[in-house]
Design a protein around this ligand. Structure first.
Ligand code: SF4
Length: 418
């Protein structure tokens, strides 16, 4: 019998980059990051959103630095966060005038843990290389890493035009799409080489090459990964809203992560009106966790429900348990070490309920249509109780809390002391 080939490829070897104490690349686990959508000048609003993103699990947070006022706000934001006990590295997102803002606001340059620059809009014509060099020199002076972030929406047009012309002259030209992909890859690699020639260490450079198409993203990063050993930031730009953004990001980044490519990820979701910005952090964590790369929160397995379920009790219970876990995780992380490994199952009937529940650490199989109104609960693969009556949901929630306390809290401490 042959083996099953479902494991991820070995992780691509990249040079690790220290971003304000968070390692990206090298042997470090894939880092989750996010970006605020507040006006950085609004210090209160930006601090609140960074705090929320960090609490949700964002290990780096990027903020827009687009004008003098926002550059001046950056050190105030950093100081306010520190006073709140929030130590999350801040990344400054610069376009067009980053060289000037960093030079005019040294406190901003110092407060940021990393500068993100886009070689496609760092300057134009004769000024381009000079302004790019100015930012790199600023990073060297302040001992900060840089993300060189190519984006096909603002691709270096001179490079693209040159590659298009060279391609036309070939006997067997590439498609226009392939030339575009090549220009994106070259822009990243050539910019990194230029930064290194100026004196920025390879361990201070992260590369990204963002596009909005799933197949383009996979193709571009697969090629970029072959041509360099820089740490790579993955992200599908303009992924979109809701399920479309989640599916497109997960499909493209999931394939790349499975190939061992990617050292940090950001899921660029467009929030729905009034939506929660932290959703992108949750999706990034769930992508990494469901693929088996990292563990952030306990997993709740729930069946989709079908015609055998006449009530929504199991859906509500699954949702309640999931929300309880998310809400409690900031405390549980320190109170219950290892709790992120917990697996809970909430199932709708006898067909798959007992089987799935036995695979979980703690699981409940609720009664389906026509079944006896009883809900067996399985703990560590064994039937531990049968719940009945109107309080099944509350009783099960209490059993989950007790299980966590016993396995990861006081019970674990007592066993360790024996
Ligand atoms: S476990 Fe039961 S209720 Fe849930 S999807 Fe399967 S058959 Fe339907």
């Amino acid at each position: 019998m042959t083996g099953y080939f479902s494991s991820p490829f070995p992780r691509r070897v990249s040079v690790g980059v220290d971003v304000g104490g968070v390692m990206v690349g090298g042997d470090a686990p894939v880092v989750v990051q996010s970006m605020t959508n507040t006006d950085t000048v609004d210090v209160d609003g930006t601090v609140a959103q960074i705090a929320a993103l960090h609490k949700a699990g964002s290990e780096l947070v990027r903020i827009t630095v687009d004008r003098d006022e926002s550059a001046a706000a950056v050190p105030r934001i950093r100081d306010r966060l520190l006073r709140l006990g929030i130590h999350v590295p801040l990344v400054g997102d610069f376009h067009y005038i980053g060289h000037k803002l960093l030079a005019d606001h040294p406190a901003c340059a110092e407060a940021l843990a990393k500068y993100r620059i886009n070689p496609g809009n760092v300057g134009f014509k004769d000024k381009k290389d000079k302004q790019f060099a100015d930012i790199v020199e600023m990073a060297i002076r302040h001992d900060k890493p840089v993300r060189i972030g190519v984006n096909w929406g603002s691709l270096d047009q001179e490079l693209l035009t040159r590659l298009m012309n060279e391609n036309k002259a070939k006997g067997f030209p590439m498609t226009a799409q392939d030339v575009l992909r090549e220009a994106i890859v070259q822009s990243a690699v050539l910019s990194a080489r230029m930064a290194e020639e100026i004196g920025l260490g390879r361990n201070r450079i992260i590369l990204s090459a963002k596009v909005s198409g799933v197949q383009d993203l996979i193709a571009v990063y697969a090629e970029l990964a072959k041509r360099c050993d820089h740490a790579l930031h993955l992200g599908l730009t303009e992924a979109g809203m809701g399920s479309k953004g989640i599916v497109a990001s997960s499909a493209s980044m999931g394939i790349l992560l499975q190939q061992g490519i990617g050292d940090t990820i950001r899921i660029s979701l467009t929030p729905e009106p009034g939506g929660d910005r932290t959703r992108e952090v949750q999706v990034a964590q769930e992508l990494l966790q469901t693929m088996g790369f990292r563990q952030f929160v306990p997993i709740v397995a729930a069946c989709p429900g079908c015609g055998r379920t006449t009530s929504t009790v199991f859906q509500e219970l699954a949702q309640t348990i999931q929300e309880d876990i998310r809400r409690n995780m900031p405390v549980w992380r320190t109170k219950y070490p290892g709790v992120e490994q917990l697996k809970v199952a909430v199932m709708g009937c006898i067909v798959n309920g007992p089987g799935e529940s036995k695979h979980a650490d703690i699981g409940i199989s609720l009664p389906g249509t026509g079944e006896t109104p009883a809900a067996p609960v399985f703990i560590d693969g064994e039937k531990a109780a049968t719940l009945r009556g109107p309080n099944i949901a509350a009783d099960f929630e209490k059993m989950v809390a007790d299980y966590i306390e016993n396995r990861f809290g006081s019970g674990a401490r007592a066993r360790a002391a024996e």
